[in-house]
Design a binder for this molecule. Structure first.
Ligand SMILES: [Ca+2]
Ligand SMILES: [Ca+2]
Length: 277
Protein backbone atom coordinates (compact mmCIF):
# COMPACT_ATOMS: atom_id res chain seq x y z
CA UNK A 1 0.00 0.00 0.00
CA UNK A 2 2.78 2.45 0.96
CA UNK A 3 4.63 1.75 -2.29
CA UNK A 4 1.55 2.54 -4.41
CA UNK A 5 0.99 5.84 -2.60
CA UNK A 6 4.66 6.89 -2.93
CA UNK A 7 4.64 6.10 -6.65
CA UNK A 8 1.54 8.27 -7.21
CA UNK A 9 3.11 11.15 -5.24
CA UNK A 10 6.34 11.04 -7.29
CA UNK A 11 4.38 10.87 -10.57
CA UNK A 12 2.33 13.89 -9.51
CA UNK A 13 5.38 16.01 -8.63
CA UNK A 14 7.18 15.07 -11.85
CA UNK A 15 4.21 16.14 -13.96
CA UNK A 16 3.91 19.42 -12.05
CA UNK A 17 7.43 20.44 -13.08
CA UNK A 18 6.81 20.22 -16.83
CA UNK A 19 3.27 21.54 -17.14
CA UNK A 20 3.17 24.87 -19.03
CA UNK A 21 0.75 26.77 -21.21
CA UNK A 22 2.42 27.40 -24.55
CA UNK A 23 2.20 31.06 -25.71
CA UNK A 24 -0.44 31.78 -28.31
CA UNK A 25 0.80 32.53 -31.79
CA UNK A 26 -0.48 35.82 -33.19
CA UNK A 27 -2.86 35.31 -36.07
CA UNK A 28 -2.20 38.70 -37.58
CA UNK A 29 1.39 39.81 -36.93
CA UNK A 30 2.36 43.17 -38.35
CA UNK A 31 5.48 43.76 -40.42
CA UNK A 32 8.47 46.04 -40.07
CA UNK A 33 9.62 48.02 -43.06
CA UNK A 34 13.00 49.71 -43.56
CA UNK A 35 11.70 51.45 -46.70
CA UNK A 36 14.73 50.31 -48.70
CA UNK A 37 12.86 49.11 -51.81
CA UNK A 38 11.35 51.08 -54.67
CA UNK A 39 7.80 49.82 -53.98
CA UNK A 40 5.74 49.31 -50.87
CA UNK A 41 5.24 45.80 -49.47
CA UNK A 42 1.71 44.46 -49.68
CA UNK A 43 0.97 44.72 -45.95
CA UNK A 44 0.54 48.49 -46.22
CA UNK A 45 -2.70 50.24 -47.09
CA UNK A 46 -2.53 53.83 -48.35
CA UNK A 47 -5.28 56.03 -46.86
CA UNK A 48 -5.76 59.47 -48.41
CA UNK A 49 -9.33 60.68 -47.82
CA UNK A 50 -8.95 63.75 -50.07
CA UNK A 51 -7.05 61.82 -52.75
CA UNK A 52 -4.60 64.71 -53.20
CA UNK A 53 -1.53 63.49 -51.28
CA UNK A 54 1.27 61.15 -52.34
CA UNK A 55 4.15 59.03 -51.11
CA UNK A 56 7.54 58.19 -52.57
CA UNK A 57 10.31 55.69 -51.89
CA UNK A 58 12.66 57.26 -54.44
CA UNK A 59 12.64 60.97 -53.45
CA UNK A 60 15.17 60.16 -50.72
CA UNK A 61 16.22 56.49 -51.20
CA UNK A 62 15.96 54.47 -47.98
CA UNK A 63 13.19 56.72 -46.71
CA UNK A 64 9.46 56.84 -47.24
CA UNK A 65 8.34 60.38 -48.01
CA UNK A 66 4.70 61.36 -47.42
CA UNK A 67 3.63 64.61 -49.05
CA UNK A 68 0.58 66.77 -48.25
CA UNK A 69 0.15 69.61 -50.80
CA UNK A 70 -1.93 72.00 -48.67
CA UNK A 71 -4.03 72.31 -45.52
CA UNK A 72 -7.17 70.39 -44.50
CA UNK A 73 -5.21 67.23 -43.63
CA UNK A 74 -5.63 66.59 -39.92
CA UNK A 75 -6.23 63.83 -37.39
CA UNK A 76 -8.28 65.89 -34.98
CA UNK A 77 -11.89 65.34 -34.04
CA UNK A 78 -12.87 69.02 -34.30
CA UNK A 79 -11.50 69.56 -37.81
CA UNK A 80 -11.08 66.40 -39.88
CA UNK A 81 -9.46 62.98 -40.20
CA UNK A 82 -8.04 63.62 -43.67
CA UNK A 83 -4.34 63.08 -42.89
CA UNK A 84 -2.54 60.93 -45.49
CA UNK A 85 -1.34 57.73 -43.85
CA UNK A 86 -0.01 54.23 -44.36
CA UNK A 87 -1.58 51.60 -42.13
CA UNK A 88 -1.49 47.85 -41.56
CA UNK A 89 -3.35 45.47 -39.29
CA UNK A 90 -1.98 44.29 -35.94
CA UNK A 91 -3.05 42.30 -32.91
CA UNK A 92 -1.83 41.63 -29.41
CA UNK A 93 1.04 43.34 -27.64
CA UNK A 94 3.72 45.16 -29.58
CA UNK A 95 5.89 48.22 -29.92
CA UNK A 96 5.95 50.38 -33.02
CA UNK A 97 8.80 52.76 -33.73
CA UNK A 98 9.89 55.15 -36.43
CA UNK A 99 12.81 57.41 -37.18
CA UNK A 100 11.64 60.62 -38.74
CA UNK A 101 13.25 63.45 -40.71
CA UNK A 102 10.90 66.38 -40.35
CA UNK A 103 11.27 70.08 -39.83
CA UNK A 104 7.82 71.67 -39.48
CA UNK A 105 7.77 75.40 -40.22
CA UNK A 106 4.07 76.30 -40.26
CA UNK A 107 1.16 75.85 -37.87
CA UNK A 108 -0.20 72.33 -37.48
CA UNK A 109 2.32 70.56 -39.61
CA UNK A 110 3.13 67.23 -38.04
CA UNK A 111 4.20 63.64 -38.65
CA UNK A 112 4.25 60.52 -36.53
CA UNK A 113 2.93 57.09 -35.68
CA UNK A 114 -0.61 55.97 -35.11
CA UNK A 115 -2.70 53.26 -33.45
CA UNK A 116 -6.22 53.33 -34.83
CA UNK A 117 -9.37 51.41 -33.92
CA UNK A 118 -11.93 53.66 -35.58
CA UNK A 119 -12.67 57.36 -36.07
CA UNK A 120 -13.58 57.74 -32.37
CA UNK A 121 -10.76 55.65 -30.91
CA UNK A 122 -7.15 56.28 -31.85
CA UNK A 123 -3.82 57.45 -30.46
CA UNK A 124 -1.25 59.50 -32.34
CA UNK A 125 2.33 60.31 -31.33
CA UNK A 126 3.88 63.01 -33.44
CA UNK A 127 6.55 65.59 -33.99
CA UNK A 128 4.42 68.71 -34.34
CA UNK A 129 4.35 72.46 -34.67
CA UNK A 130 1.11 73.88 -33.26
CA UNK A 131 -0.45 76.73 -31.27
CA UNK A 132 1.17 79.22 -33.61
CA UNK A 133 4.77 78.14 -33.08
CA UNK A 134 5.28 75.54 -30.36
CA UNK A 135 7.71 72.82 -31.50
CA UNK A 136 6.85 69.64 -29.62
CA UNK A 137 6.54 65.89 -29.46
CA UNK A 138 2.89 65.32 -28.69
CA UNK A 139 0.63 62.42 -27.69
CA UNK A 140 -3.06 62.91 -28.35
CA UNK A 141 -6.15 61.14 -29.59
CA UNK A 142 -9.78 60.25 -29.21
CA UNK A 143 -11.15 57.88 -26.58
CA UNK A 144 -14.79 56.99 -27.33
CA UNK A 145 -15.06 60.21 -29.30
CA UNK A 146 -13.57 62.43 -26.58
CA UNK A 147 -10.48 64.31 -27.73
CA UNK A 148 -7.47 64.71 -25.40
CA UNK A 149 -4.02 66.22 -25.64
CA UNK A 150 -2.49 63.65 -23.29
CA UNK A 151 1.10 64.88 -23.08
CA UNK A 152 3.65 66.97 -24.90
CA UNK A 153 7.23 68.08 -24.49
CA UNK A 154 9.25 70.82 -26.23
CA UNK A 155 11.25 69.37 -29.12
CA UNK A 156 12.99 71.29 -31.90
CA UNK A 157 15.19 68.83 -33.79
CA UNK A 158 14.89 67.64 -37.38
CA UNK A 159 15.54 64.00 -36.46
CA UNK A 160 13.15 62.37 -34.04
CA UNK A 161 12.53 58.81 -32.91
CA UNK A 162 9.01 57.95 -31.78
CA UNK A 163 7.83 54.78 -30.08
CA UNK A 164 4.47 53.47 -28.83
CA UNK A 165 4.21 50.31 -26.78
CA UNK A 166 0.99 48.38 -26.29
CA UNK A 167 0.73 45.87 -23.42
CA UNK A 168 -2.87 44.81 -22.97
CA UNK A 169 -4.81 48.02 -22.48
CA UNK A 170 -1.74 50.03 -21.44
CA UNK A 171 0.04 52.29 -23.93
CA UNK A 172 3.40 53.92 -23.33
CA UNK A 173 4.73 56.72 -25.52
CA UNK A 174 8.46 57.44 -25.74
CA UNK A 175 10.74 59.59 -27.85
CA UNK A 176 14.44 59.93 -28.49
CA UNK A 177 16.88 62.27 -30.21
CA UNK A 178 19.31 59.52 -31.18
CA UNK A 179 17.44 56.17 -31.01
CA UNK A 180 19.64 55.12 -28.07
CA UNK A 181 18.57 57.22 -25.10
CA UNK A 182 14.78 57.14 -24.78
CA UNK A 183 12.55 59.45 -22.75
CA UNK A 184 9.14 58.30 -21.53
CA UNK A 185 6.44 60.80 -22.47
CA UNK A 186 3.22 59.28 -21.10
CA UNK A 187 1.51 56.06 -20.06
CA UNK A 188 -2.22 55.58 -20.31
CA UNK A 189 -4.95 52.95 -20.24
CA UNK A 190 -6.68 52.85 -23.60
CA UNK A 191 -8.81 49.72 -24.23
CA UNK A 192 -9.01 49.15 -27.99
CA UNK A 193 -9.38 45.38 -28.46
CA UNK A 194 -8.18 43.56 -31.60
CA UNK A 195 -7.49 44.03 -34.40
CA UNK A 196 -6.16 47.58 -34.67
CA UNK A 197 -4.45 49.49 -37.44
CA UNK A 198 -0.93 50.83 -36.93
CA UNK A 199 1.06 53.12 -39.15
CA UNK A 200 2.53 56.52 -40.02
CA UNK A 201 0.96 59.81 -41.06
CA UNK A 202 1.54 63.44 -41.99
CA UNK A 203 -0.54 66.42 -40.85
CA UNK A 204 -0.98 69.72 -42.66
CA UNK A 205 -3.82 71.89 -41.34
CA UNK A 206 -4.99 75.51 -40.90
CA UNK A 207 -2.75 76.92 -43.68
CA UNK A 208 -2.07 76.12 -47.32
CA UNK A 209 1.67 75.53 -47.52
CA UNK A 210 2.87 72.12 -48.71
CA UNK A 211 4.88 69.86 -46.44
CA UNK A 212 6.44 66.42 -46.42
CA UNK A 213 8.04 64.17 -43.82
CA UNK A 214 10.51 61.32 -44.40
CA UNK A 215 10.38 58.07 -42.44
CA UNK A 216 13.60 56.01 -42.28
CA UNK A 217 11.79 52.91 -41.03
CA UNK A 218 8.68 51.58 -39.34
CA UNK A 219 9.53 48.77 -36.95
CA UNK A 220 7.08 46.49 -35.23
CA UNK A 221 8.26 44.32 -32.38
CA UNK A 222 5.67 41.77 -31.32
CA UNK A 223 5.74 41.12 -27.58
CA UNK A 224 5.11 37.41 -27.17
CA UNK A 225 3.21 36.27 -24.08
CA UNK A 226 5.51 34.48 -21.65
CA UNK A 227 4.94 30.75 -21.07
CA UNK A 228 2.90 30.37 -17.89
CA UNK A 229 3.63 27.65 -15.33
CA UNK A 230 0.37 25.94 -14.46
CA UNK A 231 -0.11 24.55 -10.94
CA UNK A 232 -1.21 21.23 -12.43
CA UNK A 233 0.88 19.54 -9.74
CA UNK A 234 -1.76 20.57 -7.23
CA UNK A 235 -4.49 19.09 -9.40
CA UNK A 236 -2.48 15.88 -9.79
CA UNK A 237 -1.75 15.86 -6.06
CA UNK A 238 -5.44 16.26 -5.23
CA UNK A 239 -6.26 13.38 -7.61
CA UNK A 240 -3.54 11.27 -6.05
CA UNK A 241 -4.87 11.91 -2.56
CA UNK A 242 -8.39 10.94 -3.66
CA UNK A 243 -7.07 7.69 -5.20
CA UNK A 244 -5.01 6.99 -2.08
CA UNK A 245 -8.06 7.54 0.15
CA UNK A 246 -10.15 5.18 -2.01
CA UNK A 247 -7.41 2.52 -1.96
CA UNK A 248 -6.92 2.96 1.80
CA UNK A 249 -10.69 2.69 2.40
CA UNK A 250 -10.73 -0.53 0.37
CA UNK A 251 -7.80 -1.85 2.38
CA UNK A 252 -9.53 -1.00 5.69
CA UNK A 253 -12.75 -2.70 4.53
CA UNK A 254 -10.86 -5.89 3.58
CA UNK A 255 -8.98 -5.87 6.89
CA UNK A 256 -12.22 -5.27 8.79
CA UNK A 257 -13.89 -8.19 7.05
CA UNK A 258 -10.92 -10.39 7.88
CA UNK A 259 -11.10 -9.19 11.49
CA UNK A 260 -14.83 -9.82 11.58
CA UNK A 261 -14.33 -13.34 10.21
CA UNK A 262 -11.61 -14.14 12.70
CA UNK A 263 -13.77 -12.72 15.54
CA UNK A 264 -16.67 -14.91 14.47
CA UNK A 265 -14.34 -17.91 14.35
CA UNK A 266 -13.16 -17.10 17.86
CA UNK A 267 -16.76 -16.69 18.99
CA UNK A 268 -17.67 -20.05 17.44
CA UNK A 269 -14.62 -21.62 19.07
CA UNK A 270 -15.62 -20.08 22.42
CA UNK A 271 -19.16 -21.41 22.03
CA UNK A 272 -17.76 -24.81 21.07
CA UNK A 273 -15.44 -24.77 24.09
CA UNK A 274 -18.30 -23.77 26.37
CA UNK A 275 -20.46 -26.54 24.95
CA UNK A 276 -17.61 -28.98 25.32
CA UNK A 277 -16.98 -27.93 28.92
CA1 LIG B 1 -14.26 61.17 -33.91
CA1 LIG C 1 15.50 53.18 -44.27
Amino acid sequence: MKKVFSFLMILSLALSMVSVIAPKTLADPAHSDEFEGATLVSEWTWVDPHGDCSYSLTGNPGYLRIYAPHGDHDLYTYSNLNAPRLIQSARGDFTIETKLLFDPRYDVQGAGILIWKDSDNYLRLDRLLHRGGEQVVDLSGEDKGLWSYLAETPYNYTISYLRLERMGDMFTASYSKDGVSWMSLYRTSFPLGDPVSIGIFVLNQWQNISVYAEFDYFRVKVIQPQPVLVPSGFIMLAGTIVIAIVVAAGFIMVESKKQAKSTKTLEKMSVYRLNWL
